[in-house]
Design a protein around this ligand. Structure first.
Ligand code: MLT
Ligand code: MN
Ligand code: ZN
Length: 305
């Protein structure tokens, strides 16, 4: 199986269109050692031509352009995107659905009932899409049972419910339900190899840690280095926890957990906010990650498992 990182930045991307923080300014004018990144998405394939798009980023068109493998060109109108799976109903993970409307058949869409309800109400994407290609919904179970997505033989995925918040426009904001946010366990049935992907991870329970410890690679929430990163920079009033993200540094931070994973597990951070110092390749924070064998995902990175 092949996993391709299409977008490794959090909502807003890097640099963010209106942001003049030190990171965004530095990457824009070329004075910092850092690479630009598009917004959060990966694609997974077992046969190299039919892909499961995991999250539909606002940058999906640019991401497809930069990933020739996602355009197998078998017919006058064709795409390697066989289906889309959503992990939450956040703008950076769902608004790209609107860009996929030119299909001639309904878009196969895998999501939990909670995410499907948010994108039918608070952000009524499926209602809008019904005037174009429409969607063919497959509800994702969150009881731990694996599914084999249709049209993508040789792939097994399991949704793992996570503790977090639905988006601000959800009727359930402040009253989170299991299924609002999921992590994804990807398994190659031929080899048994597993990869865990969770771009939004607010709480790391012991059960989740055990699941991660049984994987070949984990790609997890790299949004913030510190809990008060956005507040200290004067860019927001929200803490990392309030946004549903576990910061990397500090006691109980993501780095403490990643360091306890088995030595053979490949550890990558993804969904990185533009304020995070780990984006700067010669920063002390990046050096700390490297010392602990933790990688920072970038657009175009591929994992074969
Ligand atoms: C988040 O995960 O917190 C989002 O990236 C926020 C957003 O897209 O505005
Ligand atoms: Mn996000
Ligand atoms: Zn910025």
């Amino acid at each position: 199986m092949r996993l391709r990182v299409l977008g490794s930045a959090a909502g807003g991307g890097f640099p963010q269109w209106n942001c003049n923080c030190a990171n965004c300014r530095g990457v824009r004018n070329g004075t910092l050692k850092a690479r630009a990144r598009t917004q959060s998405s990966i694609a997974v394939s077992a046969n190299g031509s039919d892909w499961l798009l995991v999250n539909a980023s606002p940058d999906v068109l640019q991401q497809v352009r930069e990933s020739p493998g996602l355009q197998p060109a078998r017919a006058p109108r064709d795409s390697g995107i066989a289906a889309v799976l959503l992990m939450d109903a956040q703008i950076d993970h769902v608004s790209g659905l609107l860009m996929l409307r030119e299909r001639s058949t309904p878009l196969p869409l895998l999501a939990t009932p909670e995410v499907l309800s948010d994108i039918a109400t608070g952000f009524p994407l499926t209602r809008i899409l019904s005037h174009y290609c429409g969607v063919r919904v497959h509800e994702l179970p969150i009881d731990g049972s694996p599914i084999r997505p249709e049209g993508m033989p040789g792939m097994e995925v399991t949704a793992v419910p996570l503790h977090s918040q639905p988006p601000p426009y959800s009727p359930f904001r402040g009253r989170p339900r299991p299924g609002d946010n999921i992590g994804l366990l990807l398994r190659n049935p031929a080899t048994g190899a597993r990869v865990f992907y969770a771009p939004g991870l607010g709480t790391l329970t012991p059960e989740l840690f055990d699941l991660m410890a049984a994987c070949q690679a984990v790609l997890v929430d790299g949004t913030f280095w510190t809990e008060d990163e956005m507040i200290r920079l004067g860019l927001s009033k929200k803490t990392a926890a309030e946004m549903g993200h576990l910061p990397q540094s500090g006691p109980g931070g993501m780095l403490t957990a990643l360091r306890r994973l088995p030595a053979g597990t490949r550890k990558l951070l993804i969904h990185i906010n533009n304020t995070n110092p780990i984006l700067i390749e010669d920063s002390p924070e990046r050096a700390e990650l490297t010392r602990h064998g933790v990688e920072v995902a970038h657009d175009g990175l591929e994992i074969v498992f």
